[in-house]
Ligand binder design. Structure first.
Ligand SMILES: *Cc1c(COP(=O)(O)O)cnc(C)c1O
Length: 219
């Protein structure tokens, strides 16, 4: 097994200082690896693929909080609507409408984050700031979804200043649009992965999504 208990404890200790939530990203990792972290007290896990989540979820403890962090297709929402704690990557109003529809069908409220395009790379999904300003005021009519904050991925680069700048941009967006989020306290700022989570925490992340550092590299 490639789970690193040492890295897990180190990350937990670092995040405790700022009370940042750790989502352990378990995509492509087996049940045993997830259980190893579960047995250390980890309850928040992240998955990217609908089919994989559907296969794993019934085999694992019911008190795991599943975060869907991948790119979600509208026609797959119905499969996971009833088993996600938080859907991170909502990148269109049409997707949000489908989540709202499925939430109504299950008579529940589904918590979501809108994904913001902060990286300079072409391939990353998400809204830009102008689009956010247009979309956020429309959320009130979608009564069965609760948008709790924003999620973003920085550029895949070793240039720390650029990554820091992109995280800062996301944090600024959350501050700027704070009144639109459905939260009792502070909005969620989902940013930071294995390679850049320390920078993300310094820039105000409230939730990091860490995979390979905890579970080993994916193949
Ligand atoms: C895979 C993934 C992660 C985790 O990446 P690591 O570099 O393995 O920590 C975090 N967020 C998203 C959206 C991912 O797809």
């Amino acid at each position: 097994m490639a789970v690193s208990v040492e890295n897990y404890l180190k990350v937990k200790e670092e995040l405790a200082v700022t009370d940042t939530l750790l989502v352990a990203v378990s995509k492509k990792k087996p049940i045993e690896d997830i259980l190893a972290l579960y047995n250390l007290g980890q309850r928040d896990f992240g998955e990217n693929y609908v089919q994989e989540l559907l296969e794993k979820q019934p085999l694992l403890p019911a008190d795991i909080r599943w975060h869907f962090i991948g790119h979600l297709q509208r026609n797959k929402v119905k499969y996971i609507a009833n088993l996600c704690f938080l859907i991170h990557g909502v990148d269109s109003l049409a997707l949000l409408d489908e989540i709202n529809k499925q939430a109504i069908r299950h008579n529940k409220i589904i918590d979501c984050l809108l994904q913001v395009h902060i990286a300079q790379e072409e391939t990353k999904f998400g809204f830009n700031e102008t689009e956010l300003a247009a979309v956020l005021p429309q959320l009130t009519t979608r009564k069965n979804v609760r948008v709790k904050g924003l999620m973003g991925m920085a550029s895949f680069t070793t240039q720390e200043t650029r990554v820091r700048e992109e995280f800062r941009q996301l944090k600024n967006c959350v501050n700027k649009f704070a009144p639109y989020f459905s939260v009792d306290n502070d909005p969620v700022v989902s940013m930071g992965m294995s390679g850049d989570y320390s920078i993300a925490v310094q820039e105000g992340s409230t939730l990091v999504r860490i995979g390979s550092l905890l579970f080993g590299t994916r193949h």
